[in-house]
Design a binder for this molecule. Structure first.
Ligand code: GLU
Length: 292
């Protein structure tokens, strides 16, 4: 599959899609600022989407803090949970019926299957070369025969995985990086679309929402290249036109290491308390760790 800036002719609609499982982090904030700027340059409409599906970890207080921090940073959106809009609701926890409908379409099309395997089963079935990798492809040995799960009326308390076309190259033209290529079955395997705790996976929810909200360009961090390739397979299966993509370089510290969430001191709240100005966060670049 090869995808080239399919939505280019539509009026620009961008989105900020933070997850309120903690305070907004410097790394995310920089990406949100780029998203805001690209939307303005294209005279578009910006959407704020509250990605609060991880119920145990997401808190309303974090959603409020995130809205406040984004305002402080200078981001301005025209649709969102705080102001409504034509694609409401803008909080994922209120959008379950859309995800269930997509699950049904994928299931009826034979693209997904229920997967009862535990993490242990997966680890046991993995071939040696993949051991130790952070996210090894799901082993084909654990994939059930075609048609499995087709008669299920609902997802139930089960994981569901997308059956990837092993060996197919997924390529797309990224607005920042240029041509990106991932191979199904090698760079990623059968991935989760529904979780046994009753919620859709990130990959499914984000595709369903970007389609429903008419997003024409997705701006996200370059740590999500592989996710974008997975999502392109979902778009194709749902018969939807994918948006354009723009993957931002990740903010790194002085040693070139990626800023991890565990750097508590790099959340926007703490930086503000330490006297940082919005311009410093927007600029990214060399990060000077605030003294605590
Ligand atoms: N909520 C996701 C995150 O914060 C959004 C990623 C995306 O842009 O799709 O990582």
């Amino acid at each position: 599959m090869s995808v080239d800036k399919a939505s280019k002719t539509l009026p620009y609609r961008g989105r900020l899609a933070p997850t309120p499982s903690g305070y907004l982090h410097l790394g995310h904030a920089r990406t949100f600022w780029v998203a805001d700027q690209r939307c303005r340059q294209n005279k578009g409409v910006l959407i704020l989407r509250n990605e609060d599906l991880d119920r145990p970890r997401c808190k309303d207080a974090y959603t409020e803090a995130m809205i406040e921090d984004l305002h402080w940073l200078g981001c301005r959106w025209q649709e969102g949970p705080d102001m409504g809009g034509p694609a409401a609701p803008y909080s994922q926890s209120a959008r379950m019926k859309f995800y269930l409908r997509a699950w049904e379409v994928l299931k009826d099309g034979g693209a997904i299957y229920p997967s009862p395997h535990s993490r242990k089963d997966v680890e046991r079935a993995l071939r040696a070369p993949h051991e130790g990798e952070a996210d090894p492809p799901f082993p084909l040995a654990l994939r059930p025969p075609e048609g499995t799960g087709r008669d299920e009326p609902e997802p139930g308390r089960m994981n569901w995985r997308f059956r990837v076309p092993v060996g197919e190259s997924i390529t797309f033209e990224d607005g920042k990086t240029g041509r990106v290529k991932k191979e199904a079955g090698k760079d990623f395997g059968d991935f989760l679309v529904w979780r046994k705790d009753g919620f859709p996976s990130y990959e499914l929810a984000v595709v369903v929402d970007d389609c429903a909200m008419g997003v024409t360009e997705v701006v996200r961090g370059e740590d999500l290249f592989t996710s974008t390739a997975r999502q392109l397979l979902i778009y194709r299966q749902l018969n939807q036109t994918p948006p354009a993509f723009y993957h931002c370089p990740l903010v790194r510290d002085e040693d070139g290491a990626r800023l991890a969430k565990r750097h508590e001191s790099l959340n926007i709240r703490t930086l503000r308390e330490n006297g940082w100005k919005p311009e410093q966060v927007r600029a990214g670049g060399k990060i000077i760790l605030p003294s605590q």
